[in-house]
Design a protein around this ligand. Structure first.
Ligand SMILES: [Zn+2]
Length: 70
């Protein structure tokens, strides 16, 4: 099973084309952390990307809904 995180699914990041797929949730988190710093200039004091729990929620949503759902 693959885990996918699409940045645009996260509130406030709708314009971001970032999308990451990996075999494990832990690997997706690493990509998301790096992406957050590189693309959004985030630091640990101002987290704007989802938590680990948020990743699971988002990946579950992605799996359960059609691609075109808004
Ligand atoms: Zn992004």
């Amino acid at each position: 099973m693959a885990y996918t995180y699409q940045c645009k699914d996260y509130p406030g990041n709708e314009a971001c084309p970032g999308s990451f797929t990996a075999a494990t949730e832990a690997e997706v988190m690493k990509h998301v952390e790096l992406h957050g710093k590189a693309a959004h200039g985030e630091d640990r004091r101002k987290p704007a990307l989802p938590s680990r729990r948020g990743i699971l929620s988002l990946t579950n949503q992605a799996r359960d809904r059609p691609v075109s759902a808004a």
